[in-house]
Design a protein around this ligand. Structure first.
Ligand code: GLV
Ligand code: MG
Length: 326
């Protein structure tokens, strides 16, 4: 281990993060009752320019008026390149209730972007005597953000999570895409050589690099890596496969852009019963080894390393938190 320790961000359940347009207040009550861990009320791309001010007012009112239960509540502000952004932060934090937990910054490109929002948030929190410290979520969705992700991730103690915004990212790097977050059949390889009669074509995942890089940078900075949208909400199998491959790489959650995707995200990102059962057995074996004064922990004839014990603790803590909710 390095002498440097990574401090994890405030622990939160983040299996599913539901996007709700700020210009659609009729959706707020339903979102509050849905099974997503985090709801983000959107002031950015889901809101037309002539609805920005109205959406901002809707969101400010709803933060205090709607019963959000035990959900984490976030607001996606507009980008720092727009003239909406300063009012989003100022109006929001000067007027909304303490129920707000997070601010999500879209298209973050540099550490200075984070610094600017942090500075504004800090001043308003102090001036208004706000008690809850607002955390920051960052969407990595431009070439600039991808390039500067390491500095972005380390830019503020408020940082909590990095999100891969595949739609804007594709546009930013001029990738050839067919559907938001989906695969492109042109991204593949032929097996074998020209004389191979059994030659097969294998599709690849064109987002592998972006997601894998985000996971590394997030984890190295104690942040949660979250996979962004999957556009075709009628394709449950497609969503499940894409969420699964993000989970395998280390992502902790996925966005839902439609209520249909919430249960799928929870299913994929939540702890599996068999994994939790094994994790409990690992912890029991560890406790027994400690009682017996043994340095090494073994389960089913195999040595258990400290990394597996930590993972088991995390999994059991998550399962217990979920059990406590239901
Ligand atoms: C999300 O904001 C995206 O652009 O994918
Ligand atoms: Mg976007």
């Amino acid at each position: 281990m390095s002498f440097k320790t990574v401090q994890p961000a405030s622990p939160r359940m983040n299996r599913c993060e539901l996007a709700v347009p700020g210009s659609s207040p009729h959706m707020f009550e339903k979102a509050a009752k849905a099974d997503a861990d985090i709801v983000f009320l959107d002031l950015e791309d889901a809101v037309a320019p002539d609805k920005k001010a109205e959406a901002r007012r809707n969101v400010i009112d709803a933060i205090g008026d709607v019963d959000w239960g035990d959900k984490t509540l976030s607001v996606r502000i507009n980008g720092l390149d727009t003239h909406y952004m300063y009012r989003d932060v100022v109006d929001l934090l000067e007027n909304c209730s303490e129920r707000l937990d997070l601010i999500m910054i879209p298209k973050v490109g540099t550490a200075a972007d984070v610094y600017a929002v942090d500075m504004l948030v800090t001043q308003i929190e102090t001036a208004k005597g706000r008690k809850k410290r607002i955390g920051l979520e960052h969407i990595i969705e431009t070439a600039l953000g991808m390039q500067n992700m390491e500095e972005i991730a380390a830019a503020s103690p408020r940082n909590e999570s990095l999100h891969f915004g595949v739609a804007d990212y594709a546009a930013s790097i001029k990738a050839r895409t067919t559907m938001i977050g989906g695969p492109n059949p042109d991204y593949g390889v032929l097996t074998g050589g020209p004389d191979d009669a059994e030659r097969a074509y294998h599709w690849g995942d064109m987002w592998h690099y972006a997601i894998a890089r985000m996971v590394v940078v997030a984890r190295a900075n104690g942040l949660r890596p979250i996979d962004g949208p999957f556009g075709d909400f009628s394709d449950s199998d497609g969503f499940r496969a894409h969420a699964n491959r993000a989970a395998v790489l280390g992502c902790e959650g996925k966005w839902a852009i439609h209520p249909k995707q919430i249960a799928l995200a929870n299913e994929v990102m939540g702890p599996k019963a068999s994994e939790v059962e094994k994790a409990r057995r690992i912890l029991a074996a560890m406790e027994q080894a400690t009682r017996e004064g043994k340095g090494a922990v073994a389960l089913d004839g195999k040595l258990i390393d400290i990394a597996s014990i930590r993972q088991a603790e995390g999994l059991v803590a998550m399962a217990d938190r979920l059990a406590g909710r239901s």
